[in-house]
Write a protein that binds this ligand. Structure first.
Ligand code: SF4
Length: 305
């Protein structure tokens, strides 16, 4: 069989930058990271071996002053910077510049419109509630932003008021456009000017095309091994897209799980022993949180199993 690794899979620019920052800061001394630096247990473990200590918000409140804390690519709300300042903690800010710019835009929108009406402006974030990036974005609006994940949640909005719509960077372009159309149609049907909706497509283009690229890759292979972290929602979503394009797609989070996949393949999926099929194409791909070294380890394991 031939094994190939998808060249479009793996860390995006923001995650690569945060990991490089962590590695370089670890050379200077002890370093904490607020939350998992990336939603991939294997990569977190690799950096923890180098000395990175992952902490949560409770830990942040009790760290000794002068501790050094790295803020990951997802970004943080203003309250995190405030706590760090109060405690004399040194912040190493590895927020992705694309996320930082989005935070700035949302804060500017909030500041500009906060006194427009009797109630705060209706800033809406198309995103996953509770996701770290979304928490950081909500924080720019004093936590007044409304988070919606799909059209079914549009009933959370007051269509009598202006709507300022933004998106979490990793959401789908189609989903965002669908929301815009739906809001416009509600306005139209109620005789409200469509100009009451101001929308900003803030989806990160470094990941926006990944679904199509992944599906093309999945279709071009007989078997697909998708490598991702079990805590990563992006990995789950991308895996499902792969599976849709090629039903012989398997999810693994470590090279050790390849053996189980091979057993399944031999017994349940293929009638022939895949290791002796010279024409079989096996593709390895992953999420934006999947390190290249892990996809390479899976490839290596596959070639000897
Ligand atoms: S997906 Fe885009 S915005 Fe998000 S961390 Fe990666 S590069 Fe930055």
């Amino acid at each position: 069989m031939t094994i190939s690794i998808d060249s479009n899979s793996g860390f995006c620019f923001g995650v690569t930058r945060a990991i490089k920052a962590a590695e370089s800061e670890l050379e200077k001394g002890s370093l904490y990271c607020l939350g998992d630096i990336v939603h991939n247990g294997q990569e977190v473990a690799r950096l923890e071996m180098k000395g990175l200590a992952t902490i949560d918000y409770d830990d942040l409140r009790t760290l000794p002053s002068h501790s050094r804390v790295l803020l990951r690519a997802h970004g943080e709300p203003p309250s995190t910077y405030w706590i760090a300042k109060q405690r004399g903690i040194e912040v190493i800010d590895a927020t992705c510049p694309v996320v930082k710019k989005l935070q700035d835009r949302i804060r500017a929108c909030y500041e500009q419109h906060r006194n427009d009406e009797a109630v705060p402006p209706q800033i809406v974030i198309y995103g996953k509630p509770g996701h770290a990036e979304v928490i950081g974005l909500q924080g720019q609006t004093n936590n007044t932003a409304i988070v919606i994940e799909n059209e079914a949640q549009l009933d959370k909005l007051d269509f009598g008021r202006a709507i300022y719509l933004f998106s979490q960077t990793t959401k789908s372009v189609e989903g965002f456009q669908g929301l815009v159309e739906k809001i416009r149609s509600v306005y139209r049907n109620n005789g409200i000017p469509e100009s009451r909706l101001e929308y900003h497509d803030t989806i990160c283009r470094s990941v926006a095309n990944r679904v199509k690229e992944l599906q093309d890759f999945a279709k071009a292979n007989d078997i697909v091994i998708f490598v991702g972290g079990t805590k990563s929602s992006n990995a789950r979503v991308l895996y499902n897209h792969c599976k849709e394009a090629n039903p012989n797609t398997f999810f693994v989070s470590s090279a050790d799980e390849v053996d189980l996949v091979m057993t399944t393949l031999r017994h349940d999926v293929m009638t022939t022993d895949i290791t002796t099929n010279p024409d079989l194409k096996v593709g390895i791909c992953g999420a934006t949180s999947t390190p290249l070294w892990l996809m390479e380890a899976v490839s290596e394991r596959l070639s000897v199993s």
